[in-house]
Write a protein that binds this ligand. Structure first.
Ligand SMILES: [Zn+2]
Length: 323
């Protein structure tokens, strides 16, 4: 009689161990895209909120409408993976939901400052960048009357910094990172003719470790890299991934991105990112979209970042609300 009783007790314990604890602290992730409730072509920006209240903005790009965008709230740090216009922010929308999801209206030019710099200055929140981007941003902040020592933090591969209780580590991305001359003052921009860009070091990704244990890998723009296995999983043990699925000709597409999450990082869940397509209509994923193809190919839940819709993640990397 004893054996079955023990088996039943163990089963009950195992159930207790795997059931999500509704009281456990959660990290809130809110996409700030071009159109409320949709996942649109240029959507990259996410706000992460630690249970301690720390709020970190990742790659504002074109869809955050400057530092006064009411969706931002308090921002404690702004992360940038690389300086291409769709991440640094060359253009922004004149108003909420301007244009249509397949073709948003980005008619407000914010060069040479950039949306990223304007937000960091407006919020007085440090920028966190790798490569050689820091010296460019220090000069930019100085020229705008800000304090570079307060507003620009360099974090190169292997290093990390703290924002509140959030650890921000820099990891490699394999992509390109030429600064478009539009972000330079006019006299300097003249030096770049014939399609040349300015060198600001390699692009990157990030691993964010939150106070509840959630460890999120933000891929940035990248192809498949060995570091996703050896560093992101091997060392940092990421349990959630924000994965670029944009595909040809820039980065991993759905098939490559599925390999990254299924075979290399192996997180509990994934947020699709950088789809370069209008992936949803009325908040519903289009079945023929590359986002849907990625969702099918991935072995773990893939969440669609609907603009303005907050998702909550527990310490094990699982979405517990809003997904
Ligand atoms: Zn990009």
């Amino acid at each position: 009689m004893k054996a079955p009783l023990i088996a039943i007790a163990c089963l009950a314990l195992a159930a207790c161990a795997t059931a999500p604890d509704p009281q456990a602290p959660k990290v809130k992730v809110t996409p700030l895209g071009s159109h409320d409730g949709e996942f649109c072509p240029l959507d990259r920006a996410l706000v992460f909120e630690d249970p301690d209240g720390t709020r970190v903005l990742y790659d504002p790009g074109r869809t955050v409408r400057g530092p006064n965008d009411p969706r931002l709230g308090r921002i404690d740090a702004v992360l940038l993976s690389h300086v291409h216009g769709d991440h640094l922010g060359d253009l922004i929308q004149p108003s909420a939901n301007a244009g249509a999801c397949p073709k948003p209206d980005f008619s407000v030019n914010v060069t040479p400052n950039s949306n990223f710099v304007n937000i960091a200055m407006g919020k007085q929140a440090p920028m966190i960048v790798g490569g050689e981007m820091h010296s460019f941003f220090q000069a930019k902040v100085q020229s705008l009357g800000g304090d570079p020592s307060k507003l620009v933090r360099l974090v190169r591969f292997g290093a990390q910094t703290m924002v509140g209780k959030v650890t921000v580590a820099s990891v490699p991305a394999v992509h390109s990172n030429g600064l478009p001359p539009a972000f330079l003052p006019a006299e300097q921009a003249k030096m770049f003719a014939g399609g040349l860009t300015a060198y600001v070091g390699p692009p990157g990704g990030f691993v964010l470790r939150f106070s509840n244990g959630l460890t999120a890998y933000l891929s940035g723009d990248t192809g498949i890299t060995a570091e996703q296995d050896l560093v992101v999983r091997g060392h940092y043990k990421a349990n959630m991934v924000v994965m670029n699925i944009g595909g040809f000709p820039f980065t991993t597409g759905p098939t490559e991105a599925a390999y990254v999450v299924n075979d290399l990082v192996r997180p509990a869940s994934v947020i699709a990112s950088h789809a370069n397509e209008p992936a949803t209509v009325g908040g519903k994923l289009t079945p023929t979209s590359r986002t849907a193809a990625f969702q099918k190919a991935a072995k773990m839940p893939v969440h669609v970042p609907l603009s303005g819709k907050t998702m909550e993640f527990d310490g094990s990397g699982r979405c517990t609300a809003g997904c």
